[in-house]
Design a protein around this ligand. Structure first.
Ligand code: ZN
Length: 221
């Protein structure tokens, strides 16, 4: 069975729309961070709710719920503050329902099984630690988000991957990133989609979010 895996949408409605268009009729799951950084939190949360996309909690979703931005850089913290002031009560309530871990055909968590919200698992992570993560589940497919950098690794019969970020890629490629997973073959295919960055950047300026957040969309960093 093929499913689409998305992550780190971060209130980027234009990127999400293009990704959904590309995904077509496949079922979708989401590895967290619906909000933060970009200017369309309500629209993005509403789309995920409407499409009933199973989603785990990300650290930006969590900070939006709690208001605690202690570990955030000033730009991210400012965007969280703004998101908290914009998000409808209903959408805030929805964020509170998101689980830390999703386990179905796959095991999915935003950070890592050992530190569910905060751990950054980059592509150069030691294989023995990635292998250890599978102690937390019986599944042999594991999905992580949080770094905004796509990667995949097959260890024996197990697959671990990060689909990259829909709303703020950081691997040097500004196109929205997502993945198509073949659960039977345990293979993953990475996809990139162009979207209208100008529109998002303009809205970032208009809504008074930090300019830096617009620049980084163009750079994919
Ligand atoms: Zn993120």
């Amino acid at each position: 069975m093929k499913i689409a895996v998305i992550s780190d949408i971060h209130s980027n409605l234009y990127a999400l729309r293009q990704v959904l268009k590309e995904i077509g009729k496949l079922d979708i799951i989401c590895c967290g961070d619906l909000v933060g950084y970009n200017p369309f939190p309500n629209e993005v949360v509403e789309m995920v709710r409407e499409l009933e996309i199973p989603c785990v909690l990300g650290n930006h979703d969590h900070a939006t719920i709690t208001g605690n931005t202690t570990w955030f850089n000033p730009y991210a913290a400012r965007a969280i503050e703004w998101t908290r002031s914009e998000l409808s009560e209903e959408n805030m309530e929805f964020l509170k329902t998101l689980p830390m871990v999703y386990e179905d055909m796959v095991y999915m968590v935003h950070g890592s099984p050992e530190n569910q919200l905060e751990e950054y698992v980059f592509p150069d992570y030691p294989e023995r630690i990635l292998n250890r993560f599978f102690d937390y589940t019986e599944k042999d497919i594991m999905i992580l988000g949080h770094t905004h950098v796509p990667f995949s690794l097959k260890i024996d019969n197990r697959l671990i991957f990060n689909p990259g970020a829909v709303g703020q890629p950081r691997d040097g490629n500004p196109m929205a990133s997502f993945a198509v997973l073949d659960t039977g073959l345990k293979e993953v295919e990475f996809k990139r989609v162009e979207y209208d960055i100008d529109k998002v950047a303009r809205e970032i300026t208009e809504k008074g979010l930090p300019e830096f957040l617009a620049h980084r969309l163009y750079q994919g960093r």
